[in-house]
Write a protein of this length. Sequence first.
Length: 322
Amino acid sequence: MAFGRRRTIDDYFMYEFPPDEHLFQRNAHAQRVAASRSLSAPNPSSGRIVPIFPNEIVELCKQDKAVDFEASVLRITLQDKTNESQGPEVGQSNKVAASKLPDWERISLEEETMRRYLLKEKMALEREITELRKRNEELENQVSIMDDEKLEKRLRWVAREEETVDQDTKKSIQRILNASLKVQELREKGALQKAESAYLLRREEEMRKREEAMRKREREMREREEQFFEEEEHALKKEEQMLRREEQVLEREEQAHEKGEQMSRREQRVLEKEGEVVQAQKQLHKKATSLAAREQYINPRIEAKQKEKDPEQDTDSEVGRD
């Protein structure tokens, strides 16, 4: 039974990260790639995610091992709960049976219980670390989706989230330190073997490496924020330049509008003069028509008078000849 449990533990820790965290990182990386390739703003609650690794058989094997490990841990926890629920009599019988066992078997039972406790603590810590990483991924996505109008509010929210993440990391580090202190106490008592101590040291080193990776990611986040602020300042400068240009254009438009008003005034004056000329022409036309009417009325009289004068002149000329 112990050999099978140890095998499941080794299968669990053969990954670079635990299975659920490994799958989460793969999905988060796929989401980042899809968001960078998309033209529109990224959506943190996106639907389908395309896997990166083409070898699906290896992925299925890893998932099966993770499921087996979770089932084994669940079985151990259920067994502990059933032993606790059976009452103190079962505990006393177990104590009597344990007192009859040799020392090395008693030590192995204590080691087994302590191993289970440490395994539960480490799984809880790893789940908290995955949640913290998920929060960091969400923060990265939210920083990339930020609008210019809500920038200050979201940056404040990011600062608060970073404070909570820092507090959670400090708590997780404190728990890891407490676990390491418990391991040191067990070493002082001689309850742990050399192989298990080396294994725990290796796990502590892995946890330290993961903490360093988390710190590096936080530094990268801060650097990205600084770059974002610099880009925002550059954009604000460009906006100021554009506003200045718009003001110049508006001034030019106002000048052109004033010139247009002056031209319109000149046109009105010209139109008024043209109206006066037209009125003068109308008056001249009226005078010409009246003169023409007078000529039509006067010309026949003049002609009649001339005709009357002509025979008199003819008679006078004839008399002079005679």
